[in-house]
Design a protein around this ligand. Sequence first.
Ligand SMILES: Nc1ncnc2c1ncn2[C@@H]1O[C@H](COP(=O)(O)OP(=O)(O)OP(=O)(O)O)[C@@H](O)[C@H]1O
Ligand SMILES: [Mg+2]
Length: 157
Amino acid sequence: MYKKILYPTDFSEVAEMVLKHVKAFKNLGGEEVILLHIVDENDIKKKDIFSLLLGVAGLNKSIEEFENELKKKLSEKAKDKMKKIKKELEDVGFKVKDIVTVGSPHEKIVEIAEEENVDVIIIGSHGKTNLKDILLGSVTENVIKKSDKPVLIVRRE
Ligand SMILES: Nc1ncnc2c1ncn2[C@@H]1O[C@H](COP(=O)(O)OP(=O)(O)OP(=O)(O)O)[C@@H](O)[C@H]1O
Ligand SMILES: [Mg+2]
């Protein structure tokens, strides 16, 4: 029933913990994992402001050029980080498709879950921010609000 799994990761400690639960699905009929990272568009915008303040804008680059370079760099970095996770999943017998895209994390997760027609989304309760008194991170909260797919939320320790 849960053949195709969507595993979104922001490479945080909590998202790393999710991996063992994804692997456990191999013995529950799991066949394929869509490994997904979204380069957060908002982070790029924030970096823009910083770079402007730091005078990077004075380097004769347009904001657009700067943004595109940053998107490319962050996407390459993410692809690289995914290699190890992809290999681990392949080693337990999954077929793996790795996707890196730019946008709003929760919107892309919901969109790709539909497009790829996954059977389940396995996600961390928290991510990089990991605030102590928050029950769920905003990405996970929005995914459970907006996706029709079953969602397995792995709690932080
Ligand atoms: N950019 C991303 N790409 C892929 N998956 C993500 C991304 N951001 C978050 N996730 C997934 O969502 C889970 C929860 O992260 P979320 O961002 O909601 O929590 P947070 O970082 O603690 O809080 P917030 O982002 O609201 O400040 C992560 O463990 C990860 O599985
Ligand atoms: Mg986050």
